[in-house]
Unconditional design. Structure first.
Length: 274
């Protein structure tokens, strides 16, 4: 069973890099990685202070399996997207199975092989050298939370409610700290959620049909109104702790009033995709 490999250009165009009759990835070293030591050089060795990562560069060989005219048209469209990403400095997304990484294709060489098949060698440059997988969990109004007049944009297919209002344990499946996105749904006043000891929330009134999105990666706190209007709530965030710090891995204890629902997405990271 082959893995799914997809290239999504900044233009939105998508290319299946494991298609049987179009593009097929023959080789790729996406599981190559290296950390670099950081510290103070001493007379003998290094006083180690940690490890860092340089941007990642992967080499891949693509095989085009259509007719000459089909290959020519596909390669031209693909390479135009490669260069558009570079010229606009807008990264593409490379997907391997359940994992993705932001990237630019910044080197390419196209030639026929010994069987006169079209081959394209590319180099994939990834400024942020980590493969990510989004893991989402929805937390609902708890059985003891009462009626808050919540108006969600969709129906929830599951019920994770516990007998104890506003307290759940989440086995995240990753041991590493993660960036996160939290979406809090109204109606609620001054919503607060404590996740693994980190308190996340805002001092504001969120009406039914409105929601607040807190993104640790972009350090943003934005409320979206029922008409789509967005309001910056950065200055209204909870400041007793840094709400933008990474959430720890392992089992996360999630505590809130139970009076409102929210989604929590962990942007888990690895040096290589599973």
């Amino acid at each position: 069973m082959s893995i799914n490999i997809t290239y999504i250009a900044s233009s939105g165009n998508q290319y299946d890099l494991m298609a049987d009759k179009a593009i097929r990835t023959k080789t790729a070293n996406y599981h190559k990685w290296q950390w670099r030591s950081a510290g103070v050089q001493q007379q003998y060795g290094l006083h180690l202070t940690g490890f860092t990562r340089d941007p990642a560069v992967y080499e891949s060989k693509l095989m085009f399996r259509g007719t000459y005219l089909e290959n020519k048209d596909l390669i031209e469209r693909l390479h135009e997207d490669f260069e558009l990403d570079l010229l606009t400095v807008r990264p593409a997304t490379l997907i391997w199975g359940e994992y993705y990484i932001n990237c630019f294709i910044y080197a390419s060489s196209t030639y026929p092989d010994e069987f006169n098949r079209t081959v394209n060698d590319i180099e994939v440059f990834c400024p942020y050298p980590f493969w990510m997988k989004d893991v989402k969990r929805s937390f609902y109004v708890q059985s003891g939370g009462g009626d808050t007049g919540l108006d969600y944009p969709y129906e929830y297919p599951f019920d994770y409610a516990h007998d104890s209002s506003g307290s759940e344990s989440w086995a995240t499946g990753t041991a590493l700290p993660s960036e996160y996105t939290m979406t809090i749904y109204g109606a609620v006043v001054d919503p607060m959620v404590t996740v693994g000891g980190v308190t996340i929330g805002v001092y504001d009134t969120i009406l039914a049909g409105e929601y607040v999105t807190i993104d640790s990666r972009s350090h943003t706190v934005v409320k979206t109104g029922t008409d789509g209007t967005q309001t910056n709530l950065f200055d209204y965030r909870v400041k007793t702790s840094s709400i933008f710090e990474r959430l720890k891995g392992g089992n996360l204890e999630v505590v809130w009033s139970g009076l409102f629902g929210f989604d929590l997405t962990l942007h888990t990271e690895r040096s290589e995709p599973r």
